[in-house]
Design a protein around this ligand. Structure first.
Ligand code: SF4
Ligand code: SF4
Ligand code: SF4
Length: 317
């Protein structure tokens, strides 16, 4: 067994046995290939189901609000800890009730890219250091893991937990520079306004309005989302270009200064809409205009709930 997995099990068992937490949110083996599944463990004897591997893709902070009245232990990568910090500053969860077991993250693998390469029914999948070995129809292929990194992870600059109570394993090196971090966006910005709009129209037109992106986002938690509201009714339920554009652009605006670029929304989209360029834009604007990075501290007020005299004001008439 991998040493991080055994340490996670050991710590989860101790925290539950000592009554320090009521539940530990982590990952267990997935039921479909190339995935690990979020799980909440409430008894010390259940911790053997916890695992840690390169498929622990989802941001577990999304599940915290479901256990609001409990003391919660949570396994958290860099992006998870930033979302936890935001949920704390927005008073959605109480930091005193959360025990964060931080795990430095080497980058998670994209199920979509793996499925495209190996199909949906591999017989065996094994990861050995930086190589993934996949056996399909009796034939084993060994390929570098780096070919299958999730897009958000390829450009991640905060793989190490930023807020935690204890850390398992040593910090990992940061794989990209601040400038490389925004490379997708920089390429996109070279397009003309017409080309950019075409890209948005084509991406948004695929949407089936299942709202998985909203459900998977740790910081999309309104009791009633604007798309579901009937009074007032902000948009229709259809698939017109106007409805789809309003849905996506409003969701993204609601993440300004809050999105941690975890890539959850892109990872769960059943039709493969890729939000990474858009979330990089949210992040870069917050950084350039307000020198702010979402979720880097639980002591800092949320970006859009405060102001400084010298804030960027050029947009004010
Ligand atoms: S975005 Fe960063 S911290 Fe989050 S899973 Fe990817 S590499 Fe890990
Ligand atoms: S998950 Fe994809 S298809 Fe579903 S609402 Fe979001 S963008 Fe649309
Ligand atoms: S908008 Fe997408 S990338 Fe940003 S925090 Fe939400 S799920 Fe993560």
């Amino acid at each position: 067994m991998d040493s991080v997995t055994s340490q996670i099990r050991e710590r989860a068992k101790a925290l539950l046995s000592e009554g320090k937490v009521d539940v530990v949110i982590g990952f267990t083996e997935g039921t479909i290939p190339f995935t690990a599944r979020p799980v909440a463990v409430a008894h010390p004897e259940e911790v053997e189901c916890l695992v840690w591997n390169r498929f622990c893709r989802l941001n577990l902070a999304s599940y915290l609000r479901q256990f609001k009245d409990k003391k919660i232990g949570i396994i958290a990568k860099g992006c998870d800890t930033r979302s936890i910090a935001i949920l704390c500053t927005e008073q959605q969860v109480n930091r005193d009730n959360i025990y964060i077991i931080g795990i430095p993250c080497e980058g998670m693998l994209s199920r979509k890219t793996l499925r495209e390469r190996f199909g949906d029914t591999p017989e065996k999948v094994e990861i050995k250091d930086d190589i993934i070995e996949v056996t399909t129809s009796g034939k084993k292929e060994s390929v570098p893991i780096s070919n299958f990194l999730d897009t958000a992870c390829r450009f991640c600059i905060h793989p190490n937990p930023v807020v935690y109570d204890e850390m398992i394993d040593d910090e990992v090196p940061i794989r990209v520079s601040q400038e490389e971090h925004y490379s997708l966006l920089r390429e996109f910005e070279k397009k003309s306004p017409d080309e950019r709009w075409k890209y948005f129209r084509e991406e948004f037109s695929k949407c089936i309005r299942c709202y998985a992106c909203r459900e998977a986002c740790p910081t999309c938690y309104c009791e009633e989302c604007f798309v579901d509201s009937l009074n007032p009714k902000w948009i229709d339920k259809g698939f017109s270009e106007s409805d789809l554009s309003i849905w996506h652009l409003t969701r993204l605006y609601h993440q300004a200064g809050r999105c941690v670029e975890c890539g959850n929304c892109s990872a769960v989209c059943p039709v493969g809409i890729d939000f990474n360029v858009m979330t990089q834009k949210l992040s870069l604007d917050a950084l350039q205009m307000f020198q702010y990075e979402a979720g880097m501290s639980i002591d800092e007020k949320p970006l859009l709930q405060t102001f400084k005299q010298d804030d960027y004001n050029d947009f004010v008439m």
